[in-house]
Design a protein around this ligand. Structure first.
Ligand SMILES: [Zn+2]
Length: 113
């Protein structure tokens, strides 16, 4: 006879969601990097581009390359970009909902997350 799986209470279930949500954030950051590399023909640096300080990250900064090489990518088009945007909107919605309602959340709300 199989042993029944112990039921987690809602607080434990919510606490298990946080590391999963964090992996979505990492995935989004990678997507943004790929998107920016594509948008700027490879001349994008995650450190220096947002601050407009080429070379600040060190001598291997891609912004210091003398001539850009064509960067072939289709990551700015179609479904890929649409998925990136909609996934990030969903991520933000869940994070905001968890921040607002994690304390005292109903089981149905937690199932939705
Ligand atoms: Zn840099």
């Amino acid at each position: 006879m199989a042993h029944p799986t112990p039921k987690l209470n809602l607080e434990e279930r919510i606490n298990q969601l946080y590391p999963i949500i964090d992996t979505f954030k990492e995935t989004h950051e990678v997507r943004i990097m790929v998107y920016n590399l594509s948008a700027y023909d490879g001349l994008y640096c995650a450190t220096c581009s947002p601050r407009k300080t080429p070379g600040d990250c060190g001598p291997t900064c891609p912004l210091l390359r003398p001539e850009p090489e064509p960067y072939h990518s289709n990551h700015r088009h179609g479904d890929w970009q649409g998925d990136m945007v909609s996934d990030y909107q969903l991520y933000r919605q869940i994070v905001a909902d968890m921040a607002a309602h994690a304390a005292g959340a109903s089981e149905n709300r937690v199932i939705g997350w």
